[in-house]
Each structure stands twice: as structure tokens, then as C-alpha cells.
Design a protein around this ligand. Structure first.
Ligand code: 6R9
Length: 646
């Protein structure tokens, strides 16, 4: 833990929405009477029917039920577009920066309206109705935002699948959500390389029901196979439909989107977010956390395939009438100066990225940053994983020239928006700490029995009461929702994260305490990687753990037991890596594979992951008690053949 404290810069105290006293006052109000607080802040949106019933939530196990604004009626696309047209129709809504720096474009709110209406009409024309799920498998192009907002406009539920997922992963998400329409592109472009999205989609659809339609956006012009009757070009369809589409009247608790995320067991689950509460929370956090003011140019570098892209590229910023930058590329293409050049090119004021990108660029040296101006920057943000104090200091000193506060924002796919974060005009910063709860958020630390711990201490991070942006259920499996999040500590939402709270009440997230690993800010269940490995014909058993990785935060370490008679060599290692990439996608690429004739198991057959984690960390001096193992001798072999010797 870093002991350094950075005060709020004097200039911020004058211009920010809230100072420290303001934060304390608003926070107290939000906890004392949540219904009153969130009723008041619902007014930031335009409602067709203003809600009177604000909060109706219970965490009581097993009858967990979460409803916000349930009698309210609104439309998300109307709130993100139509209501801005009078005042800011000609203001830029989206700045798109291509993978190749030569290409960019600006889309005004008026233009956004037309694109979204046309896309909505294309969906309708192809049979999509209110409540249907549409799967979106697109690169970072404006059409991704149009598609999301088009779904919201007609009351369809979108499920975005990140372009880095394999055909298999795409297929299981299409099937789980029962999507009958898929939106994809011919190819994506990332770091100068093409991603064969349409071909992946063709492959995925072989594993689906067979009655799906595919709308294809032309991005690269690369050759693709179009199946007549199934596949349609977006540009043909869009030209043949009207440029106006009435927004559907949605109840606040109607679903807005599903987003699949990994947990500690089984298949990724469909996290379901609804309409009213989600948008109130996304827009309010976007305004206060980033201290967003009219005219600011705001850039979040996430992909819309992740929740950060949903809440803080599209819905939060557009609900606030912001100019949001959407970047197709990667931080190191064509050079390691790319982020900083884009900031100068578009005069970005607020910049929000992930620690893994910061660490990678830090490794590339200060020169790549120093040659750019970054004068426009006012605020920096971080999300996705714990930021180590060294990376924080570098971000602050080198990127922000010691002028820009950093908001280290802790949240999850499940939470819809940011829960623990500094507010730049109110909160003194400590490098590595997400600091204090946002309005309405009641974090607590509990021991393994669920007893709430007070003061300066460490424990499991739980949240004691609901907030409007919280997920409502796991799509199609409410019991899984209740079991996953509310059964470990009854009556509390369990985040899966470990955390420490210091004497000032600041929260320091230490990382997952379950079998989820965080690779470059992307969540992966160890169970997913294990089931991919055992699907290989030569593998009989596998155990996967995370280990500290300099750039990625955590790397993927696989212990693999082979079928009798199989020999483990580098050839097979390569084959297994390729196999996992094919099954899940490149984001699940194993970093280390250790062939292990035996895994450390208890007498009841449970793999002792604690031991495997220690060996992967190269920290086997403190293995703890191994006497309960069925065969303690396997440990010596595991230590001897460890792949992460330092
Ligand atoms: C938004 C997002 C959620 C998990 C979460 C935690 C980790 C996210 C963090 C952070 C420390 C931060 N995490 N932000 N850890 N400090 N500022 O990333 O959602 O992909 O669902 O991941 O990421 O472990 O539980 P998601």
C-alpha cells in the first residue's frame, strides 16, 4: 500500500460538481433515504411516465428481488438522442477514430438519430419484436453504437459478444439468449490486422438453431460468403427503410441488455440489466465521477463488448449529451504514442483506460508520451483491475503531467456502473485505492462466516443494499443469480472481491477471492479454461490458476494431466494453447502449461488450488498444510517442474 496522499487540486475545488463537504452531505442523504434520493435523481432522465414507486428491493435469501422505478415508462434511445436534438442536434455525439490513424469521422446527434432510426427499422423489417434478443458481434465502429441504440429504441434486448471470442463462445451466447438475429461485420481491424468476424459467425451458426438472420456491416470490404435468405448487407437494408422510427414506450424494469460474464463455475452467465435504473445510474456516475461538463471531449478506451463500453462509451455519455470518442484500434499501433496522439488530435479532456494498457505503455518508455502535448487533458480514469501504485504514479506524472486527478473506479458487469471511486473535486487520492463509495452504495467487509468487520481491516467485499444500476437476474436462471451473489453471505450482495479498508475509510480492492482470474482486465473463469483443456483428446485432467503477470495483471497458468501413454513436450504445449484459443478465444491464451502426472487432491478428491496458486507464483516456501492431501508426494514433482521459476 502506498502512503502517499494527493490533495484535490485548487482549480478543481472551484469547478467540480461536488467538493468534500458536498460529497459527505449527498452521501448521507443517499443512505438515509434512498427512495427520496433516487427519486430526485431520476429527474435527470426524460420519462414518458415519471415513476412514483422508486425502490422495491430485497436481499433476503432466497427471495431476492430488485426493482427500481417500476411504474415509470421511458425509452433509452430517446434519452440518449431525441431529447438532445433541439439544443445540440449539430453537436458531435461520437468521434470515431479508426485503427489506421488516417481514418476518423464525426457523427452529430442529428446524424446519430437518423442512423439509429434506420437501424431500428432494419431490425423491425427483419422480424425483431419488443422483448426479442439480438446478438451483436461487431468491431469498434459507430454501427456498434447504432445497433445498441436501435435495439433500445424498439425494445429489443441486445447481447454483445466481444469480437475476440471464438465461434464456439459466440454460438453458446446466441443459443443461451435464443437470438434470431445477429449483427456482425465482414471483418474487424485491430492493430493493422484483420479479424474474420463474418467467417466466425458462419462457423458459430453451424451450432445454432438454423433459423437465424445475419445483418452484415461492411467494414473492410474483404471477401465474405453471403447466404441468400439468411445474410443481408446492412447498407442495402438501411437504404430501403424510413429514416424515422418512433421510440417504444418501455417500462423501467423491461430488459435493456444481456452481457455474458465469467464466474467461478460453469458457463458464462447472462447478466441482465433493465431500462430505468440502469440509465439513471450510468448517466449519474458518468457525470459525477468524470465531472463531465458540457463541451468536454470524453474518451473511454474500452470495447463495447465489455460492460465498460456499454455504460461509459455509449449509454452514460450519450444520456448526458456528451461527445464520446470511440476507438477502433489498440494502444501500440502504429506506435506506442497512439493514445497520446489521439488525445492531441481530438483535444480529449477526460481519458479513461485500463491498468494493463498503462503498464504496457509504461514499459515502452516515457519518450513516446513526452513527444505529445496532452495539454487538453483534465482528468484520468482507470478501470478493470487493481492499479499498482507504480503504474498509478507513472500515469499521474508522465501522462497527466501531475496536473490531472486519477479516478480509480471499481465496479463490475453486475453492478452496471461505478460503485467505489474518487470524485475528482472531492476526494484526496491514494495511489492504488479506489477510495470511497459512490452515492447510495454501502460497502462492507465480512470475514468468511459473514460477520461484518469494522475499521481498519481486510475481508470479503459485500454491498449491503441495492442501487439502481444493479443487475436484476441471470438471464433465464434466477436461481443461479440468487445462489451466485446472495447465498455466500445471506442478505448481502457478494462481489467476489477481496478488499482492505484503511483508517480513513478508503477501500483498496485486492482482487478476486473466487476462481475468477482477471487477465488484462478481462474476466475468465478458471473452470472455463479447464473445460476447454479437457476437451482436448490427449488431456485427462486440468487445473487452472492465475499468477501475477507484469503487464496483464494476472496470467493463465495451466496444470495438465495427460492421458496414459501421452508424452508432454513443447509441441503439445503449442497445440494446447491453440486449442484453448479456438475453444474460447485469444483472450484466454494460456501463458504457462505445466504437465503434471498428478494434481494435489484431498482424500475426498478436491483439487487444492491454494497449493497450485503458490507454486504458480513461485512461492512454494509457504505452501501451508499439505498433510490432508491424498498423496503429498505429488507436490515435490509440481515444484520441481514449475514453469515460472524466477
Ligand atoms: C468494470 C469491470 C469486474 C472485476 C471486479 C474486480 C476487477 C474492476 C477494478 C477492479 C480493482 C478496480 N476490477 N475495476 N479491481 N480496482 N478499479 O471491469 O467489470 O469485467 O465484470 O470485472 O474486475 O475484480 O470484480 P468486469
Amino acid at each position: 500500500m502506498s502512503e502517499k496522499v494527493y490533495p484535490v487540486p485548487a482549480s478543481w475545488k472551484k469547478t467540480a460538481y461536488v467538493d468534500d463537504a458536498g460529497y459527505k452531505k449527498m452521501y448521507a442523504e443517499s443512505i438515509k433515504d434512498p427512495a427520496k434520493f433516487w427519486g430526485k435523481h431520476a429527474k435527470r432522465l426524460d420519462w414518458f411516465k415519471v415513476p412514483k414507486k422508486v425502490k422495491n428491493t430485497t436481499y433476503a435469501y432466497p427471495k431476492v428481488s430488485i426493482k427500481w422505478y417500476e411504474d415509470g415508462v421511458l425509452n433509452v434511445s430517446y434519452n440518449c438522442i431525441d431529447r438532445h436534438l433541439k439544443k445540440r442536434g449539430d453537436q458531435v455525439a461520437i468521434i470515431w477514430e479508426g485503427d489506421d490513424p488516417y481514418y476518423d469521422k464525426k457523427i452529430t446527434y442529428n446524424e446519430l438519430y437518423e442512423h439509429v432510426c434506420r437501424f431500428a427499422n432494419v431490425l423491425k423489417k427483419n422480424g425483431v419484436k419488443k422483448g426479442d434478443c439480438v446478438t451483436i458481434y461487431l468491431p469498434m465502429i459507430p454501427e456498434a453504437a447504432y445497433a445498441m441504440l436501435a435495439c433500445a429504441r424498439i425494445g429489443a434486448v441486445h447481447s454483445i459478444v466481444f469480437g475476440g471470442f471464438s465461434p464456439d463462445s459466440l454460438a453458446s451466447r446466441i443459443n443461451d439468449a435464443n437470438s434470431k438475429l445477429i449483427i456482425t461485420a465482414d471483418e474487424g481491424m485491430r492493430g493493422g490486422r484483420k479479424v474474420p468476424l463474418k467467417a466466425n459467425c458462419d462457423d458459430a451458426l453451424k451450432r445454432c438453431a438454423g433459423n437465424e438472420k445475419v445483418v452484415v456491416v461492411r467494414r473492410t470490404g474483404g471477401a465474405v460468403t453471403m447466404i441468400p435468405g439468411r445474410d443481408l448487407w446492412y447498407h442495402d437494408e438501411a437504404a430501403s427503410v424510413p429514416a424515422d422510427c418512433k421510440p417504444e414506450k418501455m417500462k423501467a424494469e423491461d430488459p435493456l441488455f444481456i452481457l455474458y460474464t465469467s464466474g467461478s463455475t460453469g458457463k458464462p452467465k447472462g447478466v441482465l440489466h433493465t431500462t430505468g435504473g440502469y440509465l439513471v445510474y450510468a448517466s449519474m456516475t458518468h457525470q459525477y465521477v468524470f465531472d463531465y461538463h458540457d463541451g468536454d471531449i470524453y474518451w473511454c478506451t474500452a470495447d463495447v463488448g465489455w460492460v465498460t463500453g456499454h455504460s461509459y462509451i455509449v449509454y452514460g455519455p450519450l444520456a448526458n449529451g456528451a461527445t464520446t470518442l470511440m476507438f477502433e484500434g489498440v494502444p501500440n499501433y502504429p506506435t506506442n504514442s497512439r493514445f497520446w496522439e489521439v488525445i492531441d488530435k481530438h483535444k480529449v479532456n477526460i481519458f479513461y483506460t485500463a491498468p494493463t494498457a498503462i503498464r504496457a505503455l509504461m514499459g515502452a518508455g516515457e519518450g513516446a508520451v513526452a513527444k505529445t502535448s496532452r495539454k487538453s487533458l483534465r482528468l484520468l480514469g482507470s478501470v478493470g483491475e487493481p492499479i499498482n501504485p507504480e503504474a498509478w504514479e507513472w500515469y499521474h506524472r508522465v501522462v497527466g503531467d501531475e496536473r490531472c486527478p486519477i479516478v480509480d473506479t471499481w465496479w463490475q458487469t453486475e453492478t452496471g456502473g461505478i460503485l467505489i471511486t474518487p470524485l475528482p473535486g472531492a476526494t484526496k487520492l491514494k495511489p492504488g485505492s479506489a477510495t470511497r463509495p459512490f452515492f447510495g452504495i454501502q460497502p462492507a467487509l465480512v470475514d468468511d462466516k459473514g460477520v461484518i468487520l469494522e475499521g481498519d481491516t481486510s475481508g470479503n467485499l459485500v454491498i449491503l443494499d441495492s442501487w439502481p444500476g444493479q443487475m436484476r437476474t441471470v438471464f433465464g436462471d434466477h436461481d443461479r443469480f440468487v445462489q451466485t451473489y446472495f447465498s455466500t453471505y445471506k442478505g448481502m450482495y457478494f462481489t467476489g472481491d477481496g478488499c482492505r479498508r484503511d483508517k480513513d475509510g478508503y477501500y483498496w480492492i485486492t482482487g478476486r477471492v473466487d476462481d475468477v482470474i482477471n487477465v488484462s482486465g478481462h474476466r475468465l473463469g478458471t473452470a472455463e479454461v479447464e473445460s476447454a483443456l479437457v476437451a482436448h483428446p490427449k488431456v485427462s485432467e486440468a487445473a487452472v490458476v492465475g499468477y501475477p503477470h507484469d503487464i496483464k495483471g494476472q496470467g493463465i497458468y495451466c496444470y495438465v494431466t495427460l492421458m496414459a501413454g501421452e508424452e508432454g513436450d513443447d509441441e503439445l504445449r503449442k497445440d494446447l494453447v491453440a486449442h484453448v484459443r479456438k475453444e474460447i478465444g485469444p483472450l484466454a491464451t494460456p501463458d504457462k502449461i505445466q504437465f503434471a502426472p498428478g494434481l494435489p487432491k484431498t482424500r475426498s478428491g478436491k483439487i487444492m488450488r491454494r497449493i497450485l496458486r503458490k507454486i504458480a507464483e513461485d512461492d512454494f516456501a509457504a505452501l501451508g498444510d499439505t498433510s490432508t492431501l491424498a498423496d503429498p508426494s505429488v507436490v515435490d514433482d509440481l515444484i520441481e517442474k514449475r514453469q515460472n521459476k524466477r
